[in-house]
Each structure stands twice: as structure tokens, then as C-alpha cells.
Design a binder for this molecule. Structure first.
Ligand code: ADP
Length: 180
């Protein structure tokens, strides 16, 4: 499914983000930047050791205590088809009484800003925070789509943003959110 938002195409697909050809794919990382499960594990497995080496360098220089929730950093794509990986840390769901929604927005927005700053045109997101971090996907999908749409309406340098949903159910939830 594809939607026009400003100058850009916003696309929803079901699939594995590690197979996607784009200027960048986004990693739902944890603050260590040293790998983990879910999409993070898949990206490092398929992308090879170069990505991890670059993450370690970022830890040694820019973020010695780890990447804070909501921030984003960029590495190469290693052996992936994608040229780069943008690593961002979504919030852990703590019941919605904390600042989860704001932090989830920041994760999307800071990723998009970094992509534009690096001159990237196409970027693919997974559903940040809705796996191990437990964010309810209906709410997360609304925030994800609203944040990306608001960004694309103001920023004309991105050409395509793709949400890559890993399961049929996740895809259906995002599709419903996109249509409303
Ligand atoms: P988080 O810790 O931010 O919740 P997870 O990786 O645990 O991150 O899950 C985020 C989402 O990514 C989940 O919906 C999960 O099903 C999905 N996911 C896991 N592997 C992949 C993959 N290879 N491609 C796309 N999405 C994936």
C-alpha cells in the first residue's frame, strides 16, 4: 500500500527489513548499540561485523554511556542491501504513564532528521518498540505514522519512507492506522 505525503511516497509492506534496498534501514536498537534480539539481532547477523565495529566506535567516542532513548546514530549497512543503518532506541512501554509517546515520536523524528542531514532519500522503518519493548502496536502505529506524515509534509528532501511490518497482523494494524 502506498500513500503520497507531500513530495514523498509513504509505503507499507509486510516483510523482513534486512532484505530491503534503501539508502537506510532503521534498527530498533537498545542503548548499548552492541546488538540484541528481534530486528537488532537480524540486522547484525545479516549485516556482518562492520556494523558492530562502527557501533563500538560510536560508543567509544560520541556516546560512552550508551545511546539515550529517542536519539539516533548512523553506520554503514555492512553486507546489507541497504547503504546505511540508522540505529535508534525506542522507549520501553511502562504502562503509558511515563513519557513513552513523546520518546517514540523523538525516535522517529530524530531518525528522519539524521537521514535528511546525510542526504538520504529512501528510508525503511520497522515497528519501533512494539516487540521486546512491549509498546501496544495500535497506539505505536498511530504515533509512527502521524510523526512520519507530519515530517514529510514539511520536509521535501525525502523521496520514500517504507514501514516494513514483520507479521500479517502488524501489517494490518499499520494499514488500518494509515487509512484513518
Ligand atoms: P523493540 O525492542 O524496539 O521492541 P524488537 O526488535 O523486539 O524491537 O521488535 C520491533 C518490531 O520489529 C516487532 O514488531 C518485531 O516483530 C519486528 N521485527 C523483528 N525482526 C524483524 C525483521 N527482520 N524485519 C522487520 N521487522 C522485524
Amino acid at each position: 500500500m502506498e500513500f503520497q505525503v507531500g513530495n514523498a511516497k509513504l509505503e507499507l509492506i509486510k516483510g523482513d527489513i534486512t532484505d530491503v534496498e534503501a539508502d537506510a534501514i532503521v534498527n530498533a536498537a537498545n542503548s548499548t548499540l552492541l546488538g540484541g534480539g528481534g530486528v537488532d539481532g537480524a540486522i547484525h547477523r545479516k549485516g556482518g561485523p562492520k556494523i558492530l565495529e562502527e557501533c563500538k566506535l560510536i560508543r567509544a567516542t560520541e556516546w560512552p554511556d550508551g545511546l539515550p532513548t529517542g536519539k539516533a546514530v548512523i553506520t554503514s549497512g555492512g553486507n546489507l542491501k541497504a547503504k546505511h543503518v540508522i540505529h535508534t532506541v525506542g522507549p520501553v512501554w511502562l504502562g503509558g504513564f511515563h513519557v513513552e509517546a513523546e520518546l517514540l515520536k523523538q525516535a522517529y523524528r530524530n531518525t528522519l532528521k539524521l537521514a535528511v542531514a546525510k542526504g538520504l532519500k529512501t528510508i525503511a522503518f520497522p515497528s519501533i518498540s512494539t516487540g521486546a519493548y512491549g509498546y501496544p502496536i495500535e497506539e505505536a502505529s498511530r504515533i509512527a505514522l502521524a510523526t512520519v506524515k507530519a515530517f514529510l509534509e514539511k520536509e521535501d528532501r525525502l523521496e520514500r519512507v517504507i514501514f516494513v511490518l514483520f507479521s500479517e497482523r502488524d501489517f494490518e494494524v499499520y494499514l488500518k492506522a494509515a487509512k484513518t
